[in-house]
Each structure stands twice: as C-alpha cells, then as structure tokens.
Design a protein around this ligand. Structure first.
Ligand code: FES
Length: 570
C-alpha cells in the first residue's frame, strides 16, 4: 500500500517527524492522531467582512465531528475570503489570488483530503480552482442561503430587489425612507444571497458537477439539514481518501456538460461561465465558451426563482432542491457521471421528488424553452460575448439601435442622468473598459442602470453591451463579457456614439454596422487606457489575466500541478 501523503510529515522516527508531530501536539493531540489515519484539511473562508460566510465558525464544527466519527483527523485552515458585498474594487479581482492561497495551502501542508467551505460568490470558484490544481480527494460544502427576505408582506430577494428598488427611487415611485426600511428586511439570517445569484448558482454548480453531496445547493444556512450535511461531508471525505477518489475522476467533460445544462435549468448566473471555464482549465478538462451554447442551448429554465422568476432559495429547498430539478431534466443530462458519493448522478437522484411544481416546473411549463446562456459572435465580439435570455426582455432579443457610448464607468456615472444626454429607449448603451484588464477585475457593472429620464417615462429595460460582468441577481437585456475587451483594443474600444449595432440572440449575432476600413482607421488612433494602479497584486493580475472567454484566470495558473510532496526545510 502506498504511504499516505500526511505520513511524509508525521510518519517515522527522525528529526523531521519529531518536529512535525511535536508542534502539532501543543494543542493537545494524542500520539495516535499521527498513526496514519487520514488527515483532512478543512479550508475555511470565514470572515466577518464576508457576511455570507460569517457563520462558518459554527458550521466547521459539524464537519470536524463527521471527520472524527469516520476515523480521520480534521485540521482547519483559513484562506483569503472573497466577500462580494464589501471587497473593492471587485471581489473578482481577488478570485485568482484566493485560488493561489488555496492551492499552496493544500500542497504545502500535510493533508490527505480537503473539505472546501464556500458560500459567497467568489469563494466557491476560488476554492475549487485551487483544489483542482492540486487534485487531492476534495469535497465542497456550501454555507447555504439566507432565509427569504420579507418586506411589507411580500418576499424580497437579495440583490434583485435592490436593483428594482433603487430604480423605483430614481423613477420617483418609492420613497427614500421605504428604501431604507427594506434594508433590514432583505437580510434576515446568516447565509448567502437567497436569489439565484452567483452564490446560489455556484452552490448548485458544485452539486451538478458532482463535487458536493446531493442537497448542497438549497438548504438554508440556518436549517439543521445544513449542519447535518456538513457532518455527512466530514464523514464522506474520509471515505474518499480511503477510496483515493480525486477531483480529476469527477471533473470530466460530462460533469461540465451537466453543470452547463443544469445552469440553464435553474436560470443560473452568467458568472458561472467564467468560473466553470477557469475550473476546467485548472483540472485540465477541455471546455470552451462555445460549449456553453452547445450543451445549454435547448435546456428549458424550469426553476421559477428570482431574478428570472418569482420564488427564492427557501422555496427551492422545500420544493426538493437541486436533485428534484435534475430529476425533471434527467433525460437531458449525463446520468452516468461519477460524483463524490462514489455513485453516479443517476443513482444520486433516483429517489428525488418535486414537492412544488409551481417552483420547480415540469418541462412542458418551463419559464423559458431555451434557458441556457447564449454565446454571441460577430465583428463586435470576435472571441465571443454572452447573454442570459431568461433574464432578458423577449422584445429586445432582436434589436438594432444607435449606440450611446460610455468610455468607462466614471464617464457613465458622470453623464447618465444628464438631461441633455441624447438617448431614448431604442438606443443601445455601450460601456467600455470594464473587462478583466480594464476595470481591473471585470466588475459587475454590465447591468448599468437606465437614464433617470427614461425610468421616469416607465422604461425598464434597454439593450446594454459591455466587457463587464453582471451580478447573478440582476436582469435585463444585457450583453456581457465581450471579448477581446476594450482595454486590449478589442472592437468594443472602437465603437462611437451614433454607430448602429445589431443584436440577434436567435442568430447568436452581435454586429457593429461600421465598415472594416473605417474600423481600421479608428484602430490606428486608438490608445490603450492607463491602468488605474500599477503595483502589487493588481500589477501581476493586469499583466497575466486571460480574457473572459478563457475564464479570466491568470495564464500561469492554468493546469493541474498535483499535490506532490514538497521538499523538507529542516
Ligand atoms: Fe455574498 Fe451575495 S453578497 S452571496
């Protein structure tokens, strides 16, 4: 039998083993803690600056109990916590940094398997990316969503209703006092956003990929089921170490195909696109932007959750959670894909039931027949752009309009409410320099708010195009992730006020109606924007970040480097 990885630290009688064991004993561990039992690292993204993960101190105790019950040794370690609501300029800037922290923490320490505690948007991909580059047995447990928001007798959803309320205030139909009152009503318990935003999407994605236990996505953070799931996760990772069940045995192309299809079925966040591409890159699985269209195109959105629909994550839990969604579309997914349970997807969902067809609709009553992410191409996005049809206005899915251009987010903020701005509801709003290098970090500003004068007229959606991302809780006819981005001289940089742009989602087309000769002329006079800050991690990020169609990972982080056994230093 091969020597367990942790035994390269803790086994034997030499000086190094003395050092490794002796210091670990300072907390009271007995001799037999080092007898070769699986050492389980628990990667904790707890931070009080990440409110979505602030309950992890309690949750981790359930994981530890499970590890101990199964005969393992649990050892918790902290990593960079990418909290969405506070981190500036954008949490996405630090996703790759956090993934490096995770990767090196796993590889450098004596662990045989790892539990990844994720919650807020970027904590899930950063943990999975880092773990995928090491490829030890690994399992994800999500922190779970908050309870449903409630305001004036109605359910309100994280993010989604913030965008709605703030537009209502700007349109003059909601008072500032009501807006302030809604603040406390929205976030009623520990947990992450309870709409189908990026956190709920990524919690669903890890379940769909097969790297979290069934039920992971929907149990609220405060539900005892969540604590029980944490305990079962702790038990299961010990078994996975015994079985040597690694991420690379699960994160195969069929797993990503399932995740893309299930993202369509749940009306998941557009952010899943960059995250899944980055995770696939780390584990060495071939996956392209076009696979999003290939696998997701004919998948109906059957989950009626905000922002695409009406309900919230608590309702999703009571309706049966993700296993029930997977059962509804069982004919469209790969049932033979392997999962962390040691069983296939088909075996995992065999007993699943849909308890509420209002929330999880039968496919014949889908919210949208084609719910996947649409990948657009054309002379405005040679490397692709995306749109989420289920969050868009059907009447705008085919639209030709005059461009109103904002050179960057500051320019947008400076002029958007200028009464003299030459814009009407038929125009197309174009925002530049908000891509991976341009912002930097590819901020969630693609769903830019409409001009106040149009809101007051009752306009609630217009076509918007940018190289930015948008919050998974947002909605609208919003074309995102245009690649190459403006800051590297992509065609988006060349758009001018008054140009005409054609969007045709059915034909997957995004066309700038300007001749090639004119675009060449404009290109000659284009100058790259000066980076806002040139030092520290931001410098490294801006130098090495890949475009959105490659998952916006850092080029030197792509690939699986394995866990290895690092050299001793004593
Ligand atoms: Fe953390 Fe939404 S801000 S999940």
């Amino acid at each position: 039998m091969t020597k367990r990885r942790s035994q390269h630290w803790f086994g034997g009688n030499g000086k190094d083993a003395f050092i490794h064991r002796s210091w670990m004993k300072n907390g009271g561990l007995p001799d037999d803690a080092f007898d070769g039992r699986p050492v389980i690292g628990i990667c904790n993204t707890f931070s009080e600056f990440t409110p979505c993960n602030a309950h992890f101190r309690g949750l981790v105790e359930h994981i530890k109990a499970g590890v101990l019950e199964a005969g393992g040794l649990p050892l918790e370690f902290p990593v960079f916590s990418c909290g969405e609501s506070n981190l500036r300029p954008t949490a996405m800037l630090f996703r790759n940094l956090a993934s490096m922290d995770v990767e090196e923490s796993i590889r450098g320490n004596p662990m045989d398997g790892v539990v990844l505690m994720a919650g807020c948007d970027k904590t899930t991909p950063s943990l999975v990316m880092g773990a995928a580059s090491c490829d030890l047995p690994s399992i994800v447990i999500s922190g779970g969503p908050m309870l449903n928001g409630r305001f004036k007798g109605k359910q309100i959803g994280s993010g989604t209703d913030v965008w709605k309320f703030s537009e209502d205030v700007r349109a003059g139909v909601m008072s500032e006092q009501e807006f302030a009152n809604a603040e406390s009503a929205m976030s009623r318990s520990p947990g992450h956003c309870m709409t189908m935003g990026t956190a709920s999407t990524m919690a669903s994605m890890v379940e769909a990929l097969g790297i979290a236990l069934p039920g992971n996505a929907a149990y609220p953070a405060v539900d005892a089921h969540r604590a029980r799931l944490a305990r079962m996760t702790g038990r299961r990772i010990v078994e996975m170490v015994h079985e040597d069940l690694r991420l690379s045995a699960i994160l195969k192309r069929e797993a990503f195909a399932n995740a893309i299809r299930i993202n369509g079925a749940i009306g998941g966040s557009t952010n899943a696109v960059v995250h899944l591409l980055a995770i696939a890159g780390r584990i060495g699985c071939e996956l392209s932007l076009d696979d999003w269209d290939r696998f997701g195109r004919d998948i109906p959105t059957i989950l009626d959750l905000m922002p695409s629909g009406r309900f919230l994550m608590e309702d999703f839990c009571y309706a049966g959670g993700l296993p029930a969604v997977m059962k509804e579309i069982a004919g469209l997914i790969e049932l033979d894909a392997m999962t962390v349970t040691g069983r296939t997807v088909g075996e995992n969902i065999a007993q699943a039931e849909n308890f509420d067809p209002e929330v999880i609709r039968p496919t014949e009553k889908a919210l949208t027949a084609q719910g996947g992410i649409a990948v657009l191409r054309g002379n405005l996005a040679p490397s692709g752009a995306i749109i989420k049809p289920s969050a868009a206005s059907p009447g705008l899915m085919r639209h030709r309009g005059r461009a109103v251009v904002f050179e960057d987010i500051d320019h947008y903020k400076a002029i958007i409410d200028d009464p003299a701005l030459d814009i009407d509801e038929t125009c197309i709003m174009v925002l530049k320099n908000c891509g991976p290098k341009g912002y930097p970090g590819m901020a969630e500003v693609g769903n830019m708010a409409l001009p106040q004068k149009l809101l007051q007229k009752g306009v609630r959606d217009m076509v918007r195009i940018s190289d930015a991302r948008m919050s998974g809780t947002a909605f609208g006819t919003v074309v995102l992730h245009v690649a190459p981005e403006a800051a590297v001289g992509g065609p988006l940089a060349l758009v001018r006020n008054g140009d005409f742009i054609e969007l045709d989602v059915d034909a997957r087309k995004l066309h700038l109606d300007v001749s090639d000769a004119e675009l060449d002329l404009r290109r000659q006079s284009w100058q790259a924007p000066v980076p806002a800050m040139d030092g520290g991690y931001q410098h490294l990020y801006t130098e090495r970040v890949l475009q959105a169609d490659r998952g916006a990972d850092l080029d030197f982080l792509v690939g699986c480097r394995g866990a290895g056994i690092p050299r001793e230093s004593h």
